[in-house]
Design a protein around this ligand. Structure first.
Ligand code: AMP
Length: 280
């Protein structure tokens, strides 16, 4: 695996490969890698001649400063894991490489997605996500981009970004959420859970599975409340448990039995915020 810290060096290297007809698959991450991240590298390797992973803890997508400061960093382990996985290129830029001094941030028209669910509870988050992914795509210029369903709304936001930047000609691939044996969605933030919190954390997935099972056409208020109560009884502070249209993310209060649905939750265990979702 070749490691690059400088944008210009990476671009020079990659442009010689694309000129030789190689296709580039890209997996952007914030590091503290787990098997979920590595499954995206595997997807990229299966679909492309060259796989590029980036590790960059993007300051502009954190709406709470303490969350940014406490974000886990396990760089040596990450490099080893990527090498073992057969990743070709690791891009490890500094903040100045991603956001060169003197350049100003664009605003991205992502519409309704910005004000619902994660957008509502994390103001500014998705503008930061668009900013970093837009810049990384500009640098890496991949033909294929691999993201995890774990961040369901983020995938929709990036789909919108790719529509806004259609000239990029980059195809988005969304891959399933990898879970621990007890159902907890793998997440870098899981490292911050205490032993007691870790034991409770799978309740998020359990609540979504129960909700999915209890879904029936008609009003959905009761099943949502049951899920919230289930989590609150176990010590979670719930931001939301919601049922939304799987393609638009419009919240659904009354189901016609036909609309494709996704159930999503975000909840805190003390100061660690966990999210998860299940497609119905
Ligand atoms: P992050 O490092 O958390 O920004 O995540 C980088 C990429 O990995 C994003 O596309 C995530 O959706 C994806 N990802 C995170 N957790 C998982 C998981 N448990 N399974 C599959 N993909 C994941």
């Amino acid at each position: 695996m070749t490691l690059f810290r400088k944008t210009a060096d990476l671009q020079k290297y990659l442009s010689s490969l694309t000129a030789a007809g190689k296709t580039i698959g890209f997996v952007p991450t914030m590091g503290a890698l787990h098997a979920g991240h590595l499954s995206l590298i595997q997807s990229s390797k299966a679909g492309n001649s060259i796989s590029v992973c980036s590790i960059f803890v993007n300051p502009t997508q954190f709406n709470v400063a303490a969350d940014f400061q406490k974000y886990p960093v396990t760089l040596e382990k990450d490099i080893l894991a990527l090498e073992q996985e057969g990743c070709d290129v690791l891009f490890l830029p500094s903040v100045d490489e991603v956001y060169p001094p003197g350049t100003s941030a664009s605003h991205y028209d992502i519409g309704f997605l910005e004000t619902v669910l994660e957008g509502k509870y994390r103001p500014g988050h998705f503008q930061g996500v668009c900013q970093v992914v837009d810049r990384l795509l500009e640098i890496v210029r991949p033909s294929d981009l691999y993201l995890g369903q774990k961040d369901y709304q983020q995938c929709m936001v990036i789909r919108r970004l790719l529509e806004l930047k259609a000239d990029r000609d980059c195809e988005l691939h969304v891959r399933p959420t990898l879970r621990e044996p007890d159902g907890l969605a793998m997440s870098s933030r899981n490292m911050r859970l205490t032993k007691e919190e870790r034991a409770i954390a799978p309740a998020i997935y359990e609540s979504l599975i129960a909700l999915k099972k209890n879904l029936a056409p008609g009003a959905l208020g009761d099943v949502k409340n049951q899920a919230v109560n289930f989590l609150e009884d176990r010590g979670f502070k719930v931001d939301y448990v919601e049922i939304a249209h799987a393609h638009t993310l419009q919240l659904i209060d009354r189901w016609d039995g036909k609309q494709p649905l996704v159930v999503l939750a975000a909840a805190f265990l003390n100061d660690v915020r966990l999210i998860d979702n299940v497609i119905v």
